[in-house]
Ligand binder design. Structure first.
Ligand code: AMP
Ligand code: GLY
Length: 420
């Protein structure tokens, strides 16, 4: 098979690494890719949010399967264009991608499916949003309805903070994403993510993970895209996972099919778990980043068969083979992230890293310049490892971190503390 992966972060490096291990993969192109991906696959320049351009590229390169990494191309309808052009694609339609692109849409689907989630109100003007906040009291959660690159959620400790957040959102701080606002009940409990493949009808769980969203040790400081992750997530026991499938995932996927917009692709199910009861925090219509890195580390080459079966609507006959192992990834970021940071700093020591089936350094934001690897983003490298225990995976991941020579980079030293 000739395969095209869209995206260029650590998630796509991990996907490419896993797909390449499957003997069915003849050729792999990643657009745009990064310096790490370029070491294992061909990288191409392509506007990944332009469905017409992607379909044309797939035709010219005899691509048999397109795997879409990030949400933006999905929300832009790239999967729809590919299907119209007769190209097999892993990833939901624009209509189904609303499960991530609109928070009020997801709440409406949860209502229709009677899926447990936080109570909420949906507002199109600041005054009624504020009246709702005053009636509910704090803590309370204020969310921009649309895609805001993970920044559109404010956990307000006081009513005044919530009112400020509402003014910011309607004032355009998140662009069009904040034109509508969802106000949610603040849920307590432990968060974990559940990853399932869905082909419209069938649902196949492929793993659980937990990430660390805050930049500082002990889960303090500003939110980031994720500073590290591990799999499996102990809080998502078989029993809790089964409840999440029966009460949240299957009913909402059935509701999507009933509306004529069946979901196809990976569904990232963000859960809040308290006293063994899961409630939905959010859906994402793609793999998590960096959660994907730990899932790929555990699943390996079978991922291609699973994604292919999902794209072809054959999930009912697909099977996941689990090793009884643990994986961890530690994000190395540029000093200053998630605020302003320097680009172009040189990263040393990457050539000498061990290459074995237990460790892998995935690249998230790198490029090659004059024969050197330089940082190009906030999150730059993902030191990823697996082991028989989480502690073993952690020791291997940090050994990888310590072998890198990058004075302008930093990482959290406590990834996995909750589970360990
Ligand atoms: P979201 O983008 O909706 O996933 O929100 C980002 C983060 O905000 C989540 O991962 C949670 O940590 C937190 N969060 C979102 N909604 C709630 C809620 N209703 N109650 C408590 N925490 C929340
Ligand atoms: N790591 C969180 C996300 O990918 O949304």
């Amino acid at each position: 098979m000739n395969i095209l992966i869209l995206g260029g972060g650590g998630r796509e490096h991990a996907l490419a690494w896993a797909v390449m291990q499957n003997p069915k993969c003849d050729k792999l192109i990643v657009a745009p890719g990064n310096a790490g991906i370029a070491q294992i696959a061909e990288c191409a320049t392509l506007d990944v949010e332009d469905g017409g351009a992607v379909a044309e590229f797939a035709g010219e390169n005899a691509i048999d399967l397109v795997i879409v990494g990030p949400e933006a191309p999905l929300a832009a309808g790239v999967a729809d264009r590919l299907r119209e052009a007769g190209v097999l694609v892993f990833g939901p339609s624009k209509a189904a991608a609303r499960l991530e692109a609109s928070k009020s849409f997801t709440k409406e689907i949860c209502d229709a499916a009677k899926a447990p989630t936080a109570g909420y109100g949906h507002f199109t003007d600041a005054e009624s949003a504020k009246a709702h906040v005053r009636a509910q009291g704090a803590p309370i959660v204020v969310k921009a309805d649309g895609l805001a690159a993970g920044k559109g959620v404010i956990i307000a400790e006081t009513v005044a903070q919530a009112e400020d957040a509402i003014d910011d959102m309607f004032g355009g701080a998140f662009g069009g994403a904040g034109a509508e606002v969802v106000i949610e009940e603040f849920m307590t409990g432990e968060e974990a993510s559940y990853f399932v493949l869905v082909d419209g009808e069938d649902v196949l769980p492929i793993g659980t993970a937990q990430d660390h969203k805050r930049v500082g040790e002990g889960d303090t400081g500003p939110n980031t895209g994720g500073m590290g992750a591990y799999s499996p997530a102990p809080v998502l026991s078989d029993e809790v996972a089964q409840k999440a499938l029966d009460e949240i995932v299957r009913p909402t996927m059935a509701e999507m099919a009933r509306r004529g917009t069946p979901y196809q692709g990976v569904l990232y199910v963000g859960l809040m778990i308290e006293n063994g009861l899961p409630r939905l925090v959010e859906y994402n219509v793609r793999f998590g980043d960096p959660e994907c890195q730990v899932l790929m580390m555990r699943l390996g080459g079978q991922v291609l068969d699973l994604l292919h079966a999902c794209a072809e609507g054959r999930l009912a006959e697909a099977k996941v083979t689990w090793a009884d192992d643990h994986a961890m990834t530690v994000v190395m970021a540029a000093e200053g992230y998630p605020g302003a940071y320097e680009k172009g700093t040189v990263i040393g020591g990457l050539e000498a890293l061990p290459e074995d089936s237990f460790t892998q350094m995935f690249h998230a934001g790198t490029a090659e310049k004059d024969g050197k690897i330089v940082a190009t983003g906030g999150r730059v490298l993902n030191a990823t490892a697996r082991g028989a225990t989480l502690a073993e995976a952690q020791a291997r991941a940090y050994a990888l971190v310590d072998a890198v020579d990058w004075p302008q980079g930093f990482c959290r030293r406590d990834i996995g503390w909750r589970a360990l």
